[in-house]
Design a protein. Structure first.
Length: 441
C-alpha cells in the first residue's frame, strides 16, 4: 500500500489512500437484542454520552491536561486539521484510551510487573530517531505541539507493561497437529482468493451499539473527506492491530468472521465497507489487495525496460499531436525487440532510457494492466499527454516471481499463537473495564 510507518507505539506518519464505500451505510438502528419501545421519551436533562474529558480510574486521576496533550500528540504527528466535531470525537476516544491505559498499568503493577525507567528512555529515544530527531529536538517538538514528554512516556509504559502481563498470563501452546491441519487446508485451498485487509474494530455492548454504529459512520465520512484509514485505525480501533494501522495481513475468507468474509469477497482493491455488524461490535474493512493462495502474483515480476519518448513543441495543436503520436506508434510497433530500439529512436527523434529491476506493481495501475501480458521483445501501446509527451516501453527482460510455498511451521505457530493472545487480551481488558471504578468529572 506504500505506507511509510514513522513511529510505532500507536502513532505514525500516514499516507493518504483513495477510498470508496462499497457497502451502503445502514440508516436504521442496529439490532441490539433489547426490548426497546418504538417511540421513546428521554427523561432527565443529562446526556450520558456527553462526558467531560476528565476521569478518576480506581483512584488514579486522568486530567483534562492529560487528554489535551495526547490529542496534541496525535494531531501533531499526523498533521491533522480537524473540524470541531471531529476534535470532540477524538478527545472522547483519547479519554477512553487513557482509561484503558491506566487499567493496564494498574493490572500489571498488581501482578508485580513494572517497567524500568531506562527501558522507557530507550524507547523514547528510538521514537525520536524514527522521526529523525535527537531526544532534545523531540522534547522541544512535543512542547511546541502542545504535548509533553510525560504523555508519550506514559503510553510507552502502558504498552510495555501490558505486553509483559500478557506473556505471563497467556500460555499458548500450538501443537504440531494444529499446524499440520492448517497446511492440509492450505494445500486444498491453493488457487482460491485471499485478501490483504485492514480493519477498524470497536466493541459494542447492547447499550452502546447505536452510539458505536453512528461513530463509525462518521469515520467513513472522514475517509471520504481524505482522512487516512491508518490514522483512524490507530486512533479509534479497539483491536490489537491498532498499533499497525489495523493491518490484518493476508487472510482467507475462512479466517474472518462471516460478515467480514462476505464483505471482502464483494469488494474491489482500494475500497472500504462498513459499519459491519459482528456479535461483539462493529467493524470497518479496507481491502488493500487480492491474490490467489499459493500462486505467484504477476505484479511481482521484475522487468528490464527500454523507454522511447517524444515531446511536442509548445503551441502544438491537438490534431498535430495526434498525428505525430500516431506515426510514432506505427514505427515503434514494428520494432523487433530491444535491439531494434536505438535505430527507431534515431529515426523518430526519440529519447531512449533504460531501466532495470522495475517491479510491475510499482507502476501506475493503468500501466500495470497494459504491461502484465507483454513478453520479452514486445512493445507497449503509446501513452502520455500533449504536455508531457508520448512514450512506449519495450520489454527487454522479464523475471517472473517464483510460486510461493506454504508458510513454515514456525511462522504458522507464531501466527496461531498471536491470534489466541489477541483474543485473550480483549477478554482481559473487557473484564478490567467491568470491574473498574470510573468516575467522570
Amino acid at each position: 500500500m506504500g505506507r511509510k510507518t514513522v513511529l510505532a507505539l500507536g502513532v505514525a506518519g500516514l499516507a493518504s489512500v483513495a477510498l470508496a464505500q462499497t457497502v451502503p451505510d445502514r440508516q436504521d438502528a442496529p439490532n441490539t437484542g433489547l426490548d426497546l419501545p418504538a417511540n421513546l421519551q428521554i427523561f432527565g436533562k443529562a446526556d450520558p454520552n456527553v462526558r467531560k474529558p476528565t476521569a478518576i480510574v480506581n483512584d488514579v486521576v486522568i486530567t483534562g491536561t492529560d487528554v489535551d496533550q495526547r490529542v496534541a500528540l496525535i494531531v501533531g504527528l499526523n498533521k491533522l486539521n480537524l473540524k470541531a466535531q471531529e476534535l470532540d470525537q477524538l478527545r472522547l476516544t483519547v479519554l477512553r484510551q487513557l482509561i484503558d491505559e491506566t487499567l493496564q498499568i494498574q493490572e500489571a503493577k498488581a501482578n508485580e510487573i513494572t517497567v524500568d525507567p531506562k527501558e522507557i528512555n530507550s524507547s523514547f529515544n528510538s521514537v525520536a530517531r524514527r522521526l529523525e530527531k535527537t531526544p532534545e529536538q523531540f522534547r522541544a517538538w512535543l512542547k511546541e505541539s502542545g504535548s509533553s514528554e510525560r504523555s508519550i512516556r506514559r503510553q510507552i509504559e502502558g504498552e510495555v507493561a501490558w505486553s509483559r502481563l500478557l506473556r505471563r498470563r497467556v500460555d499458548v501452546n500450538v501443537s504440531e497437529a494444529e499446524v499440520k491441519d492448517w497446511i492440509d487446508r492450505w494445500t486444498k485451498q491453493k488457487g482460491s482468493d485471499e485478501f490483504h485487509v485492514y480493519e477498524i474494530y470497536q466493541n459494542a455492548t447492547p447499550d452502546r451499539a447505536q452510539e458505536v454504529h453512528a461513530g463509525m459512520q462518521r469515520m467513513i465520512q472522514q475517509m471520504r473527506e481524505g482522512a487516512p484509514f491508518d490514522y483512524l485505525a490507530r486512533t479509534y480501533s479497539e483491536a490489537s492491530t491498532k498499533s499497525v494501522g489495523g493491518d490484518l495481513g493476508w487472510v482467507r475468507p475462512a479466517m474472518l468472521p462471516e460478515p467480514l468474509a462476505k464483505a471482502a469477497q464483494e469488494m474491489q482493491s482500494g475500497q472500504v465497507a462498513g459499519p459491519i455488524e459482528l456479535p461483539t461490535g462493529f467493524s470497518i474493512l479496507y481491502l488493500a489487495e487480492k491474490r490467489q493462495v499459493g500462486m505467484a502474483d504477476p505484479r511481482d515480476a521484475k522487468l528490464s525496460l527500454r523507454q522511447l519518448a517524444i515531446n511536442f513543441p509548445k503551441g502544438v495543436s491537438q490534431a498535430q499531436a495526434t498525428a505525430r503520436a500516431s506515426a510514432f506508434a506505427s514505427a515503434t510497433q514494428k520494432m523487433q525487440g530491444c535491439g531494434d530500439a536505438a535505430k527507431v529512436a534515431a529515426a523518430e527523434g526519440a529519447e531512449m532510457v533504460d531501466r532495470d529491476g522495475v517491479v510491475i506493481r510499482d507502476l501506475p495501475p493503468a500501466l500495470q494492466t497494459m504491461i502484465m501480458p507483454l513478453q520479452v521483445g514486445q512493445v507497449s501501446r503509446p501513452f502520455g499527454s500533449v504536455e508531457e509527451g508520448v512514450r512506449v516501453l519495450v520489454i527487454c527482460g522479464r523475471d517472473d516471481p517464483a510460486t510461493p510455498g506454504a508458510p513454515s511451521v514456525e511462522q504458522l505457530q507464531d501466527q496461531i499463537a498471536e491470534q489466541r493472545v489477541n483474543i485473550r487480551a480483549q477478554r482481559m481488558l473487557r473484564d478490567l473495564r467491568r470491574d473498574a471504578l470510573v468516575e467522570y468529572r
